[in-house]
Design a protein around this ligand. Structure first.
Ligand code: HSE
Length: 451
């Protein structure tokens, strides 16, 4: 067998430890598939660990490890966007290929990092950054390379999906389930990233760039989390044949006007929010820590990719898939003495000079259906007032559910609408909230038939 490939792992948390365990468990398979011996030569860790093979050098100087002559591929799993960025840039500068699970770093600084990597003729691989163990980056960059992607919708945060599933199935309180997700190693170091949708927005920014050939634009992702979802809304949605899931959407819109008034604009919607989807949709039945990404492309049509979206084993699987790709790239240099570029797809799937400047649409230009929960006094004509406002705004009602007045004398009215431009819905909700008969703010959750 030819020369060994030497790995450095920076960070020994859930994922770093998962990578070591995977290599220990599957080393023979890895060797048989790559034709190379794979060795962890160094780990970068703040605290020395005595449960690690003593032949592996442990160092708290992560910059030195990232540049070590004893390393071919640097695996960054420390997380965060400061030290992680410094060590990755240093590794690149020193000619190392990099594998990272760091979606926050790439979503915020990926354009700069990829450009630096191109300059230094190395690769930054990031399968583990999106949807845990699901090989969605590889699928979109390689298997779907001949398709035009029109939209994708995904459950891309395992912690959030785990919480929503436990709340719906077992009526468990939010905080309880979040603690369990942290214990299981699913949640981010700062779990608000999971429950406020920020982690999903990071991943969506990456998916959208690969789907549409646009630079990374995390700052333009519209983002809502799951903290405002109540069991009451979960149950009403179920009663109407829908399920609330926290989804990320990247949608290409051709537009039918200039985007002013009620005309739709051309551009790309990037949004993360709770969404009602039909109970019988496959995505509605992706539960627990599972992630799934539904891609609608031409001419292929819809394809769905599903698997564990968080946790040590799933993430280590994606990290090592990238390592295996790079081992093959390095292998071809050895035998042919050629540049690596010809052997690897571009970082964002499209060649850098071909990235497009299609605009990302603002939230008020986005088009979705809606679930509205309106609380009104139990008076004659209330329903007529609400429906008149919606009809004057050209909003088409798909279903209505009115519950009997509860003890406060208020009636919850649930309305499902067909897709509408968000600015039109904002105006209608403003008018509804001004009615004397309306007692509370209107609760709105987006709805998508995924058709
Ligand atoms: N906190 C993330 C999640 C981990 O729950 O999906 C995987 O990115």
């Amino acid at each position: 067998m030819s020369k060994s490939i030497k790995l450095a792992i920076l960070g020994l948390g859930t994922v770093g430890t998962g990578v070591i365990n995977l290599i220990n468990d599957n080393l023979d398979e890895l060797k048989r598939r790559s034709g190379r011996d794979i060795l962890i030569t160094e780990v970068g860790t703040r605290r020395q660990r005595d449960d690690i093979d003593p032949t592996i050098i442990q160092s708290s100087d992560l910059m030195a490890t990232a540049a070590s002559d004893n390393v071919d591929i640097v695996i960054e799993v420390i997380g965060g966007t400061t030290l992680a960025k410094d060590v990755i840039m240093h590794a690149i500068k020193n000619g190392k290929h990099v594998v990272t699970a760091n979606k926050a770093l790439l979503a915020e600084h990926g354009n700069e990092i990829f450009a630096f990597a191109e300059e230094h003729n190395v690769h930054v691989a990031y399968e583990a950054a999106v949807a845990g163990g699901i090989p969605i980056i590889k699928v979109m960059r390689e298997a779907l390379a001949a398709n035009r992607i029109d939209w994708l919708a995904g459950i891309i945060n395992g912690t959030g999906n785990f919480i929503m599933t436990e709340m719906r199935d077992k009526g468990r309180p939010f905080a309880d389930v979040l603690t369990e997700a942290q214990e299981l190693g699913y949640a981010e170091a700062d779990p608000t990233f999971d429950v406020e949708g920020i982690d999903a927005a990071h991943k969506l920014a990456l998916l959208a760039s690969i789907a549409f050939g646009i630079p990374l634009q995390f700052d333009k992702v519209y983002c809502e989390g799951i903290t405002g979802i109540t069991l009451q809304d979960v149950n009403y949605a179920e009663e109407l044949g829908y399920r609330i899931k926290h989804l990320g959407f990247a949608v290409r819109r051709d537009g039918q006007g200039d985007g002013s008034g009620d005309t739709s604009a051309a551009g790309i919607e990037l949004r993360v929010h709770p969404t009602l989807i039909p109970q019988n949709a496959l995505l509605a039945n992706v539960n627990g820590v599972k992630n799934a990404v539904l891609v609608n492309s031409h001419p292929l049509g819809q394809t769905l990719y599903c698997g564990d979206g968080a946790g040590a084993g799933a993430t280590a699987s994606a990290v090592m898939a990238d390592v295996m790709d790079l081992v093959r790239v390095l292998g071809s240099i050895d035998s042919n003495n050629e540049s690596t570029n010809g052997h690897h797809v571009p970082h964002l799937a499209f060649i850098p000079e071909q990235l497009s400047d299609t605009p990302i649409l603002r939230a008020e230009q986005m088009i979705t259906g809606y679930y509205l929960r309106v609380h009104a006094h139990d008076n004659p004509g209330v329903l007529a007032d609400i429906t008149r406002i919606l009809s004057d705004a050209g909003i088409n009602i798909d279903a209505i559910l009115q519950k009997p007045a509860h003890k406060l004398g208020q009636v919850p009215v649930i309305i499902l609408t067909l897709p509408v431009i968000e600015s039109q819905m904002n105006l209608a909700i403003e008018k509804i909230e001004k009615l004397d008969t309306i007692t509370d703010k209107v609760v709105r959750i987006r709805l998508d038939e995924l058709a």
